[in-house]
Design a protein around this ligand. Sequence first.
Ligand code: APR
Ligand code: MG
Length: 282
Amino acid sequence: MSNGEVSWWSEEDVRSTLPKREATGHKGTYGTGLLLAGSRDMPGAALLAGIGALRSGIGKLVIGTDKEVIGHAVSIIPEATYLSDGLKKIGDSSAGLDSYKAAAAGPGIEPDSTTEAAIKQLLSSDVPLILDAGALSERSYPERQAPVILTPHLGEFSRITGMEIKVVKEDRAGHALSLAEKLGVTIVLKGNESVIAFPDGEVYQNPTGSSALAKGGTGDTLTGMMLGMLCCHKEENWKHAVLNAVHLHGACGEKWTETRSAHTLLAHELSDLLPEVWKGYE
Ligand code: APR
Ligand code: MG
């Protein structure tokens, strides 16, 4: 159990934990990430998360999505490879999953039985796993070596716990930590000054961000950035990857509002800002 202390994940913390890109590194050094995202009515989520991942240090990206989404996605993200109808394929078999360095599921998919079957297979693997949006449901988690990271906003936190939003708001850190300890997973409770609670009792709050982020799609971008960060950080530094993704995502929101109105950000533009923002931390 924790003593309930909440620390800020500061600029200095990010500077001292971001990995270097080794001169002799190759794409295998940074690992392959699997992203299960996007569906016929929500294809953009796969693009936002995919671009976020590719901008965030990943070696290679595989996007598992509907066949018809791939037709649109490939011209926008030619850097990725695609697993057509990936959600269904992963749900049918976990073969090959352990070749991924990390996986993320949820943006632009529905919380239905197909999603649940895929998540069951992902949880049976030993791959670090981010669950967001449609991959968030009320469920328990098996004991496993690799981390599971849930990234709910307040509404999703309420949906998976049955708690009222106004009750959660009164003590975000306390409720995030209770859920993290109960489920044995990491909880990133998103919003202004997101809270990050680890199952070992550590709790952090993120100091970066801006109201420009209050727009559909910015959460999908974060999921992708976190997937990329899990791939480029050393496996044992997965907590740094989670914290650094939230911090840098917020810093991109701040960068936007330095010279532009907070009303005007498009979610994919966070990924356009990341190269310069990240450089500022190196
Ligand atoms: N200040 C700082 N950060 C903020 C603020 C704010 N005022 N508002 C939002 N954010 C950040 C959050 O911390 C999070 O990182 O923006 C991101 C928003 O993520 P989500 O809430 O997951 O939003 P997103 O998924 O992109 O879009 C909303 O979620 O509930 C579903 O289907 C619904 O389409 C909708 C989608
Ligand atoms: Mg979201």
